[in-house]
Design a protein around this ligand. Structure first.
Ligand SMILES: C[S@@+](CC[C@H](N)C(=O)[O-])C[C@H]1O[C@@H](n2cnc3c(N)ncnc32)[C@H](O)[C@@H]1O
Length: 243
C-alpha cells in the first residue's frame, strides 16, 4: 500500500513554526479533547502520512482536522495540486490561517464527522484519499467506524483512509460485527515526532478481493442437495408401475 517517497521541498519558516506552537497550545487549552495534541505534528510524521497518498490517483484528497497545516504542507510537497485538497477544520482561527497560508486549497469550517455532506455539497467526484489527524480515540467505536464507512462511501474503491495515532493499537476497532470490512496496514514507528506515533492505512476490503471464482457451494449446502436428489430418486422408484 505504501507509495514512493515524495520529493523534498523547504520546510516551514522557523518563526511560523514557533507561532504555530503558540496557536496550538491556545486551542488545546480551550478544548483539549477536540484538539488532542499540545503541538502540531512534526515533519517526519506528516511526510509518513503523505507517503500513503498517491498524487497520481484522480479525485479530491480530503483532510480532516488540518490544524495549522502540517499535513497539508506535506501533501502539497507530495505533489497533490492545491485545488484537489479539501480541508475540514472546526477551529475558525485555524481555518483563517489555513486560507492565508495555502492559497487555492479548499478550506471548510465545520465538523469532520459530518464531512461527507460537506464534501458532497462541493464535488461529486470520488475522492482518492481521506487523511485524518482527528483525535479518534476520544470518540466511541461506532462513531469511528461510521466515519470510516463514510470515507469508503465517498472514495474510489482503491481509496485509502489514513490516520495517525500515538497508541500501540489500531484506532479503528477491528474484528467488530458492525461497521465496514477493511484491510489495515501500519507504518513503521515515527520516532522523530513528539510523542512518537505511527500511521494506519485502511482500505475497503472489496478493493482487494480476488477476481470472482465460479461459486462453490458450501459443504452443508452440497450435503442437503445430495439428500434432496436421493429423496427424489426414491420417490421415482416407489411410483407404482403404470397400468
Ligand atoms: C491532533 S490535531 C492535528 C492537527 C494537524 N493536522 C497536525 O497534525 O498538526 C487535531 C485537529 O483536529 C481538529 N478537530 C478535532 N475535532 C474536529 C471535528 N469534529 N471537526 C473538525 N476538526 C476537528 C482540531 O481542531 C485540531 O486542529
Amino acid at each position: 500500500m505504501l507509495s514512493d517517497p515524495s520529493p523534498t521541498k523547504p520546510q516551514a519558516p522557523l518563526d511560523d513554526k514557533i507561532a504555530d506552537e503558540g496557536r496550538f497550545l491556545r486551542s488545546w487549552l480551550e478544548d483539549p479533547l477536540r484538539v488532542g495534541a499540545v503541538s502540531p505534528s512534526g515533519r517526519a510524521l506528516a511526510r509518513m502520512m503523505a507517503r500513503y497518498v498517491d498524487p497520481q490517483a484522480p479525485g479530491p484528497v480530503i483532510e480532516l482536522g488540518p490544524g495549522t497545516g502540517s499535513m497539508t504542507r506535506a501533501l502539497l510537497e507530495r505533489g497533490v495540486a492545491p485545488g484537489r485538497l479539501f480541508l475540514i477544520e472546526f477551529d475558525p482561527n485555524f481555518c483563517k490561517l489555513l486560507k492565508e497560508r495555502f492559497p487555492g486549497v479548499n478550506v471548510i469550517e465545520g465538523d469532520a464527522y459530518a464531512f461527507r455532506s460537506l464534501i458532497e455539497a462541493r464535488t461529486s467526484e470520488p475522492a482518492a484519499a481521506v487523511v485524518s489527524s482527528l483525535p479518534l480515540l476520544v470518540k466511541p467505536e461506532t462513531q469511528r467506524l461510521d466515519l470510516l464507512a463514510d470515507a469508503f462511501a465517498c472514495m474510489r474503491p482503491e481509496g485509502v483512509f489514513i490516520q495517525f495515532t500515538y497508541g500501540p493499537a489500531s484506532p479503528m476497532p477491528r474484528f467488530k460485527p458492525f461497521g465496514p470490512t477493511f484491510r489495515a496496514e501500519r507504518s513503521p514507528q515515527v520516532w522523530l515526532n513528539i510523542p512518537p506515533a505511527s500511521v494506519w492505512v485502511y482500505q475497503a476490503a472489496l478493493a482487494h478481493s480476488p477476481p470472482q471464482e465460479a461459486a462453490k457451494p458450501n459443504p452443508a449446502q452440497a450435503f442437503f442437495e445430495r439428500l434432496r436428489r436421493g429423496a427424489e430418486k426414491i420417490q421415482i422408484n416407489l411410483k407404482p408401475p403404470r397400468p
